[in-house]
Design a protein around this ligand. Structure first.
Ligand SMILES: O=C(O)c1ccc[n+]([C@@H]2O[C@H](COP(=O)([O-])O)[C@@H](O)[C@H]2O)c1
Ligand SMILES: Cc1cc2nc[nH]c2cc1C
Length: 338
């Protein structure tokens, strides 16, 4: 669907009238859950997950048939500062790998029965180095938000957003520090494998960026424009689109969480339709999830990005929904004791 905004003010306005969860569907799912053939609460967190999903889909006995994994790729001026273990050309090379079906995300999408879209965001035009100037102009930010918004399918009944962008853990760390406070060191981690003196240099780059833009970081969208990247903005746009369409979302790793955190800073209820698929091995991810109030489903030591942790969680949500919608009630099955 075409994005309903052409300016940052237009994007901001989206958050003034967010639709709420369908309370009737929540009630219907809750009531149904209580009648199913199991001891009360015996499916643990799956029960809460299924009811959450039912509420956003707006059906007390929902289906989960059309999950979409939306991958966004962007390049970062900051990558020229040696903040990654990999060269910037890996971004475009990995996009080719996604299209050829050779990446982890391709295999996991197949296992999860998910469709996959890949959106390249001006890979031949990296954002500017945020230690020197804002990463993006306002027009560039709006274009990236709109690209994310428009990547979400109208029929999608579960959205995972993922990213590819050499250097983007540096941008994500700067965004997290700007939104949540604390030092650059608290939010800067290994990313694709940066250790020792290189990690110290990466931390200094984040600190420089925070200092350079210190006067302008009270507005979350200005944080995104100055310190972010196109794929991070596109993820924010896609998550916002899902919120407006009441499409449930599973969040992925640290970069995805930084994108979501921008929306949370605009209004905390902006992420009510989202759960955290996993906690990544990026050092600051647990703290970032805590700040947006999300408890991850999985902790598998993953730190790949490209949506992968969230995709592994799709089948957990599918399992939850299958039980809520497919189980017999005590009455239907003639089981005593319900
Ligand atoms: O999802 C995560 O938590 C995560 C943690 C570390 C690295 N990544 C991926 O690695 C790339 C960024 O790493 P870097 O070192 O280039 O900033 C980017 O393409 C991400 O998808 C992703
Ligand atoms: C090879 C590679 C694959 C990735 N997938 C997501 N981020 C990535 C970063 C690198 C370096």
């Amino acid at each position: 669907m075409k994005a309903p905004f052409t300016s940052l003010a237009g994007f901001r306005a989206v958050f003034e009238t967010l639709p709420q969860v369908d309370a009737e569907a929540v009630e219907a799912a809750t009531t149904r859950n209580e009648t199913l053939t199991k001891p009360k609460g015996a499916l643990g967190r799956l029960e809460e997950l299924a009811i959450w999903y039912a509420g956003w889909i707006g059906d007390g006995r929902p289906a989960l048939d059309r999950p979409q994994v939306a991958i966004f790729a962007g390049n970062h001026g900051i990558a020229a500062r040696g903040v990654s273990a990999f060269p910037p050309e890996v971004t475009v090379q990995m996009v080719a790998n996604y299209r050829a079906g050779g990446a982890a995300v391709n295999q996991l999408c197949r296992v999860a029965g998910a469709s996959m879209t890949v959106t390249e965001l001006e890979l031949d035009r990296p954002t500017l180095d945020f230690t020197v100037s804002p990463a993006m102009t306002e027009d560039e930010l709006v274009a990236a938000l709109a690209a994310g918004w428009e990547a979400v399918g109208d029929e999608t009944d579960l959205l995972v957003v993922g990213e590819m962008g050499i250097g983007n853990t540096t941008a994500a760390a700067a965004i997290a520090a700007a939104l949540f406070g604390g030092t650059a060191a608290e939010w800067t981690g290994r990313g694709s494998g940066v250790v020792g003196s290189a990690l110290e240099a990466k931390t200094r780059v984040v600190a420089e960026g925070l200092e350079r833009h210190a006067e302008a970081l009270s507005d979350p969208l200005e944080v995104l424009r100055r310190l972010g990247g196109r794929e991070i903005a596109a993820m924010a746009g896609a998550i916002a689109r899902a919120r407006v369409g009441r499409t449930p979302v599973i969040l992925d790793g640290f970069i995805c969480t930084s994108a979501a955190a921008v929306l949370h800073a605009l209004t905390p209820s902006a992420l009510d339709h989202a759960i955290a698929g996993h906690v990544s091995a990026e050092g600051a991810h647990p703290a970032a999830l805590a700040r947006i109030g999300k408890e991850p489903l999985l902790d598998l030591g993953m730190r790949l990005g490209e949506g992968t942790g969230a995709i592994v969680a799709i089948n957990i949500l599918r399992s939850a929904v299958a039980c809520l919608s497919g189980m017999a009630t005590f009455a239907e099955a003639g089981v005593s004791g319900g």
